[in-house]
Unconditional design. Structure first.
Lengths: 421, 421
């Protein structure tokens, strides 16, 4: 087994935490921002220091290549992202990039032989915080192989014109054109030149921590459905309309929301569902709400469970408290299973290194999920403290980061030795 | 009894409906906007045509005075507003001003003798649509006499600095300074120079229409309390947080909202209460809501009923679905009773003219409510079709407008003859 340098890893974590640092120990590092470019510069500097060749594609995805022994043509890539949400933490995404760098640095320093070119990669705009949606660039690269239900959401031309949340006059394309890291389309990761992709990521949930496990052997990204539940009432004056004449869309929406919770709670306990967003019109304290819409996001590995969710949604009455109720499907995806052989490499590495581990699925979406339609792909999870992520207190102890990198290092080297597409 | 000119009234309604006309038959006429100034110009032109003297005070409130016979010093004022909400109708506010004009025109045309100076008045910024809050200028003029619970909301200096909802760089003060109708502070309506105020207004509710009554004899403006119900949860990732670990503020808020509805529905049926506004944070479909706040506005004539409402609000548990619940009083007011003698003049006029009528209270706030702290005041309601107001389909049939003006005309003339403070 091979081992990385804990000290070098710690130094990277500390250094990258300064690019876009917030007052409270987190970072705000929007993709293609000044801070993100500082992080990219550091990535380039460190990778060139070990002799890796660094180039970029037309979406500014970055690739640092450590040459193999020339016996194999296809590359193995370890990838994640350097961008964050607003007031995010120092681990989500960036830890995957730092781990990939640490793997290459270890292989270079310890002169570990390998056949394939090994690539540490940075995805552009995974979070989609400034230019929605999330996973934009991995979706563009996977477009041809995406399921048809997904394709509508990821048309390249539309995505390039995604407008900045902070400045509607600026598009993602503008930011790309202004970036020194915009490169050549021919450099895009592709099916022909690549063998496999690995992504290490923090779990973003409390399961590993609560089970006292060091490593999550990720088997799949959960299937999901996403609905908008629309409630049509009638706005009237709060002070002058007797209760019996009212069609109060927020009152009706609360009943619908609780009905959905009640029914969905009868499904298997590992179903996760969320009513996270609500829109109310006109949303004035002196006016009866005329329209309310809320989101329902439900995720489970088993498509039959998702079907049950859909059945419950469609069992809603057409009218609640004199308001019309209309559920509308926003989008859905089936469970994406990772490559069984690669998953097994991760499991075997965990066993060999004696790290506590478990199979786990990913409730969140990741670039790896998109690339799994194109290449054999898998993920490694490490625990985040109390499961917190996308916030400044997000934290993964250094020991866990180190263990994660060691798994990545050994799994990739096994892949290098044994894996065939 | 005296009668106004239906034809002249109709002409005014039609003419004023053009100032700020929307595509769908309504108006958008923010206070001190170009459209509002067109309406003010028309008011001035028509009032000067009958020999009324028109002047304004420092808040651009407009006064058109038809001189009395000189035997009485104090003025009787009929007042309402010309400004509207966005996409409002052609009756809310403006009908009160047009009625006041029609009364003066009738008295002038028919040479009806009167002791007091009679004033048709336009309040600036009653709606507060562009520069919140509503009833701003009547509150400023009444400030010394307002109940202490109200005073905090209506400090003149703060109100003058109210920022435009459409352009935060512009304050109400800026709009005042730019208006040709900004006049002298000494012209403000006041306790010493004025005897009484009348305001004719559409009901803004369905009671008169449903009871087939022409005239609402308004006795009071309902007492009310206004709460913010705050729910503190914890935001976590929608896909990665098992249900049992969640503290979902929107789920908890729905339970709290329905509990409040259930309990409040046990109170007297003429209580009106509204949960009209909801704020959810971070309000993202993939994140569990960490914070939800909703408004509760409750109105009833009897202060004991309002006390029951407050008791129910404070009976809320401190914790619902693992989320902390905290109700906060935003503001409250006691029922404001109009002057009994003036109310009686309205009743007597309705009887004498043979119009169907009823006692009614006002659930909505009006400038008359503020001025009732300063002067003997009352209101007259006319029905609005299906009770709709603050919308483009707001409509009051011409016959009802005419009847309302006849009541105003005769009640004011009775007041002129008999009323003493």
């Amino acid at each position: 087994m091979y081992f990385c340098s804990k000290k070098r890893l710690e130094d990277k974590i500390k250094t990258f935490s300064t690019f876009g640092a917030t007052q409270n120990g987190g970072i705000t590092r929007y993709s293609l921002s000044k801070e993100a470019h500082q992080a990219r510069d550091e990535f380039k500097r460190r990778m060139e220091k070990i002799g890796a060749q660094v180039y970029t594609d037309d979406l500014a995805n970055m690739y640092a290549i450590l040459k193999g022994d020339g016996t194999k043509k296809e590359k193995i890539v370890m990838a994640s992202h350097l961008d964050s949400v607003k007031n995010g933490g120092n681990y989500d995404g960036v830890l995957g990039v730092l781990s990939a760098m640490e793997v290459l640095e270890t292989i270079h320093d310890q002169n570990i032989p390998h056949h394939h070119d090994l690539v540490a990669m940075v995805w552009t705009n995974e979070e989609g915080s400034l230019y929605p949606p999330a996973m934009m660039c991995s979706a563009i690269l996977s477009y041809e192989d995406l399921p048809s239900s997904f394709k509508d959401c990821f048309v390249e031309e539309t995505l390039l014109n995604s407008r900045s949340v902070l400045n509607p006059n600026e598009t993602f394309k503008d930011a790309l054109e202004a970036s020194p890291y915009k490169g050549d389309k021919k450099n895009r990761l592709n099916k022909k030149d690549y063998l496999a992709m690995f992504e290490l990521h923090i779990e973003q949930g409390p399961i590993l921590t609560n089970n006292h496990n060091d490593i999550g052997v990720v088997t799949c990204v959960l299937g999901m459905c996403n609905y908008r539940i629309k409630i049509y009432g009638e706005s009237d004056h709060a002070g002058t309309t007797p209760m019996k004449y009212r069609k109060d869309a927020l009152y009706a929406a609360s009943k619908v929301l609780l009905y959905l919770h009640e029914q969905l709670d009868k499904l298997p306990k590992d179903l996760v569902y969320t009513t996270g967003e609500i829109i109310c019109q006109p949303n004035v304290h002196t006016v009866i709400p005329s329209y309310v819409e809320f989101s329902l996001d439900a995720r489970h590995e088993n498509p039959d469970v998702i079907k049950e969710v859909v059945k419950i949604i469609h069992s809603l009455p057409n009218e609640v408290e004199k308001c019309r109720v209309k559920p509308v499907l926003a989008w859905e995806r089936d469970t994406v299973y990772f490559n069984k052989t690669l998953v097994d490499y991760v499991l075997k590495a965990s066993e060999a290194l004696g790290y506590t581990h478990q199979y786990i699925n990913s409730g969140a979406g990741h670039d790896a999920q998109m690339i799994s339609y194109v290449l054999p792909t898998t993920m490694i999870f490490v625990p985040s403290k109390d499961g917190h992520s996308h916030c400044e207190i997000e934290h993964t102890p250094l020991e866990n980061c180190e263990k994660g990198v060691n798994i990545l290092l050994n799994a990739v080297l096994t892949c290098d030795k044994n894996f065939e597409k």
